[in-house]
Ligand binder design. Sequence first.
Ligand code: ADP
Ligand code: ADP
Length: 227
Amino acid sequence: MDILKIDHLSKLYGKGETAVKALDDVSLTIKKGEFVAIIGPSGSGKSTLLHMLGGVDKPTSGKVFVDNTDIYNLNETQLAIFRRRQIGLIYQFYNLIPVLTVEENITLPVLLDEHKVDKKQLGEIVKTLNLQSRLNHLPNQLSGGQQQRVSIGRALISNPALMLADEPTGNLDSENSKEIIDLLKMFNKNYNQTLIIITHDERIALQADRIITIKDGRIAKDEVIRP
Ligand code: ADP
Ligand code: ADP
């Protein structure tokens, strides 16, 4: 089953002579449970692509279907709800809310949805991420690896179908990087959660099922390495 389908996607930033074509007619399908690495030179359009997939920023033209929903056909409120439930996003610099505790950061998507937090599920996530003793700490009281584990918790709390990560280890040392990648791989394999990671690190890309290379806003190469 395809969890993700993008159809003739283009993205133009700015207007007139200074306009930049960040994505140029990209089409792609990704199967449920696939682990995909996106690689390519700086400025080639990788983050733009991830933002379009994640419902963060509207494409100039083309469509994005997540689990058969045409996400940019939703209104703003519907899209915000869809994102919170179906799409987990992880960034290089964690993007945690500095005034909220670890527990509050992790449960925020559920609270914004006006749902009750499932304490059992929260407990399991916190244990897997080894954050039991940090629940009442603020982000600036944590190491980089711990902060990234909090952002993974926040992305996991809604059991999203899609996990999108933009250079999730770009700011971590090799030990913490391995831990973060191993966690993401574990959720990918054990829960069949589709995982898409942008990375500059060949060792991470080579762990994926499929490597997509972006150049000048287009797909330059698309290789399945683990069918
Ligand atoms: P990558 O993630 O591969 O480094 P990006 O997707 O960030 O590439 O950027 C692709 C192109 O779009 C680059 O030329 C970049 O300068 C441009 N770009 C990205 N974001 C914006 C923006 N918000 N406004 C204008 N240009 C942008
Ligand atoms: P450092 O400069 O911190 O010693 P390395 O040069 O060993 O780091 O590694 C550079 C990057 O490679 C790390 O930041 C990390 O992203 C990645 N990395 C290292 N080892 C692994 C691994 N076993 N699996 C995945 N990524 C790794």
